[in-house]
Design a protein around this ligand. Structure first.
Ligand SMILES: [Zn+2]
Length: 362
């Protein structure tokens, strides 16, 4: 799985956005070589310098969505795995600035900021500014477990049209590098992603060269599924994932959520259910998402006292599936729901079941 996140809302990254016209090219002065033969090389050098400067200024100002042609080029870069920031570095290179002290400073700003990482907890909010005479990046670090949902809201406090590069990146488990999960829009919309890989993540913000940018960033992380037992919470989880069972013969592939017998148990997603009555799970339900219940994760509810749904039915998230009990091999333990998640093997449900992320109030 290359994308460590799945989109949990209908966020779209539109490449064909706002067209912006730039008339600098039209204003380009028509310089003609003088008739006098005095120092033609000087005139030529000046002309060449002017052309380079104009090109560079244009390059630095151009927006990804400036024209449909540009948009197509960016889409092509996107297919190469290039972020808008990579494209900006490439433009600096084309302009011969990449190896200049300024270009080097810009390209190295993220790693410089990364050396003094700012750790972000479950809730974070900041308002910051980039000065136009400094070359800086801001980096916010967070550790996420598989199943945790990251929510963010980013918006510009300034009114300039200079570009702010913003991305969510994941630390590659097999190396030093960071890969871009998604670009962030500074449009103030609330967006979320669910981590499908545990690891270190960071939000990186950097303005283009010589830009003064102010922004507000709010970040929160939490769980991605509603709690499957009514009126219960994480505190009611009595036995965690991976605990040894049957004298070490097997591992506990789920969490046990203790509740009074008869407490409603609810569907954590829209899906398709299959019920069963035998084995160590006793009265159990398999809930699957995706087309016809195929593909995607499967959710296992065991030790139910009784069912509400019929096997083969489609259910909506939040619908009651049955009631907490102690059937199966739980007959000697207090009533509880054994809840498991299977997606290419058993997955720890605990990070999924944390409270939903709530953005801090400013
Ligand atoms: Zn269990």
């Amino acid at each position: 799985m290359s994308d460590p996140f799945k989109t949990s809302d209908n966020e779209q990254t539109s490449m064909s956005g706002i067209a912006r016209t730039d008339t600098n090219n039209a204003d380009r002065p028509q310089m003609k070589p003088g008739k006098r033969v005095i120092r033609p090389w000087l005139l030529f050098s000046l002309l060449a310098l002017l052309v380079v400067l104009l090109t560079v200024r244009d390059d630095l100002r151009q927006n990804a969505a400036e024209s449909s042609e540009k948009a197509a080029r960016y889409l092509a870069f996107d297919r190469l795995g290039w972020s808008p920031r990579d494209v900006f570095v490439w433009r600096l290179r084309l302009a011969g600035l990449a190896d200049s002290p300024l270009g080097q400073q810009w390209a190295g700003a993220v790693e410089r900021a990364n050396n003094q990482p700012l750790r972000v907890g479950d809730q974070y909010h900041t308002s910051e500014a980039f000065a136009d005479d400094q070359v800086e990046a801001h980096v916010y670090h967070m550790a996420l477990e598989r199943g945790q949902k990251l929510t963010w809201q980013l918006y510009r406090l300034d009114t300039s049209d200079s570009r702010l590069y913003a991305s969510l990146e994941r630390h590659e488990s097999d190396g030093e590098g960071w890969s871009t999960v998604t670009e962030l829009n500074a449009d103030g919309a609330t967006r979320s992603r669910v981590a499908s890989l545990s690891g270190d993540y960071r939000i990186v913000l950097q303005p283009e060269l010589f830009a003064r940018v102010e922004y507000s960033l709010a970040i929160a992380n939490g769980g991605s599924l509603p709690f499957p037992v009514e009126a219960a919470s994480q505190r009611d989880i009595g036995s965690s994932f991976g605990a040894l069972r049957d004298g070490g013969a097997r591992e506990h592939h789920g969490v046990d959520i203790f509740a009074k017998r008869g407490t409603p148990v609810r569907a954590v997603i829209n899906g398709h259910v299959r019920t069963g009555t035998g084995g160590i799970g006793g009265n159990h339900v398999w809930l699957s998402g995706g087309m016809l219940g195929l593909g995607g994760a499967r959710y296992y509810y065991a030790h139910l006292d009784s069912f509400v749904i019929e096997s083969g039915a489609r259910v909506k998230q939040g619908e009651i599936l049955g009631y907490v009990g102690n059937t199966g091999n739980a007959s000697t333990t207090p009533p509880h729901l054994h809840f498991g998640i299977y997606s290419g093997g058993p997955v720890d449900p605990a990070p999924f079941l944390k409270p939903e992320p709530v953005l801090p109030v400013r």
